[in-house]
Design a binder for this molecule. Structure first.
Ligand SMILES: Cc1ncc(COP(=O)(O)O)c(C=O)c1O
Length: 371
């Protein structure tokens, strides 16, 4: 693996000194997992920080994928139920659907904002059975939760939003469940972890029960699993919360400069309502080059300056061998139903936006774009 001067992502997490006071607390508590004191403190503080405007409930789990799996299981659909998933997302979205015992149906995303929209979901529902929808806040660009709540009640179809990379700016709405990741590469990273947000107290109680094997009052009521977030991860989370505002301000300001540069050079970016971004920048920065050839020219130029670029969500899910079973027979004419996804994957370029890019980063990127 090449050692780039500017890597694709370098997490800005607390260092050993920041975490040390919380490790000392663990030493004296002698509590290491099972909803210990640090877990309770982190849960309360995360709720205050990220969800103070909402009346919902959160559960902490050991990954964003676990959050999705638990939320989907909690829908209590029949085995093999059909869950609509955009083909343009990270593999975990569909992995969670399969782990929950359901079948993913892959669909396209909207050309303007690269996300699965309620309109696209409705057009699929007209043609096929869909038992639930899993819209994704692609690349950290939030979904409009209110519109999905309306979709859910209009079509009597449950919705779980995969907002893995969107903890800062994802809105909530009564009637939809929303899942977040606390992976190191996400805006609020702790290493590994996840959050389930729900507006419904019964759903919340069931999810809390199922992340702890399904236990309630000393008895397994439904078979869950071990998805608990341990005290050491919570220590990192508490240390990260203390420094988070400055971490995020730095990254948001870099994001704004790179966004302006791409805009001035007329590269295609996902459309977004300004109000959705008021709390922070999306997790990833990616744009569409004018052609597949331009995309590879730009990536070669970045490479020559030792800047690592990537093609996020590539290959899209319908092109992974592991999902073949759910793709075969569903698409005709070389994926003609997935034209937007196919176009995006042929032209996408993802570039670093993190706090360790170096002082002349924007100027260097600019040189690679103006070729
Ligand atoms: C869209 C999406 N969903 C789910 C996940 C899974 O999150 P985690 O890595 O915390 O399991 C990710 C992680 O990158 C993601 O990008």
């Amino acid at each position: 693996m090449r050692n780039y001067h500017c890597q694709w992502y370098v997490p800005d997490l607390p260092n050993a000194d920041d975490i040390h006071p919380y490790l000392t607390e663990i030493d004296s508590n002698r509590f290491y997992s099972n909803f210990g004191p640090l877990h309770e403190k982190l849960k309360r503080k995360l709720h205050q920080y990220f969800f103070s405007e909402t009346r919902g409930f959160i559960s902490l789990v050991n990954s964003g994928t676990s959050a999705l799996e638990m939320s989907l299981r909690n829908l209590k659909l029949n085995r093999g139920a059909k869950v609509l998933v955009p083909a343009f997302t990270f593999a975990a979205s569909a992995v969670a659907v399969v782990r929950a015992g359901y079948d993913p149906i892959f669909c396209d995303v909207d050309e303007s904002d690269w996300r699965l929209s309620p309109e696209i979901a409705e057009s699929v529902i007209e043609k096929r059975q869909v038992d639930a929808v899993l819209p994704v806040s692609s690349l950290g660009y939030p979904q409009n939760a209110m519109r999905w709540a309306e979709f859910s009640s209009k079509n009597s179809t449950p919705v779980v939003i995969d907002a893995a990379a969107s903890l800062l700016n994802q809105s909530t709405a009564i009637g939809v469940t929303i899942c977040f990741s606390l992976h190191a590469t996400k805006p609020f990273g702790i290493g590994e972890g996840g959050i389930v947000w729900t507006s419904n107290s019964d759903d919340h109680k069931e999810i809390e029960r199922d992340i702890n094997f399904g236990f309630s009052d000393g008895e397994v009521k439904t078979v869950g699993g071990n998805y608990k977030l341990n005290e050491f991860m919570c220590a990192v989370g508490l240390a990260q919360l203390k420094r988070f505002r400055s971490v995020e301000e730095k990254r948001t300001s870099l994001y704004a400069s790179v966004f302006d540069l791409l805009n001035q050079n007329h590269f295609e970016l996902p459309e977004i309502e300004d109000s959705m971004l008021c709390f922070g920048a999306p997790a990833n920065m990616a744009f569409l080059a004018r052609s597949p050839g331009d995309a590879s020219t730009i990536r070669t130029a970045l490479d020559s300056l030792s800047i690592e670029s990537r093609r996020p969500y590539c290959p899209p899910l319908h092109r992974h061998a592991g999902f073949k079973k759910w793709v075969d027979g569903c698409f005709e004419n070389n994926f003609s139903d997935l034209t937007v996804t196919e176009d995006i994957q042929s032209r996408i370029v993802g570039i670093p936006v993190h706090n360790f890019v170096g002082p002349d980063y924007v100027e260097k990127i600019s040189r690679c774009l103006i070729q």
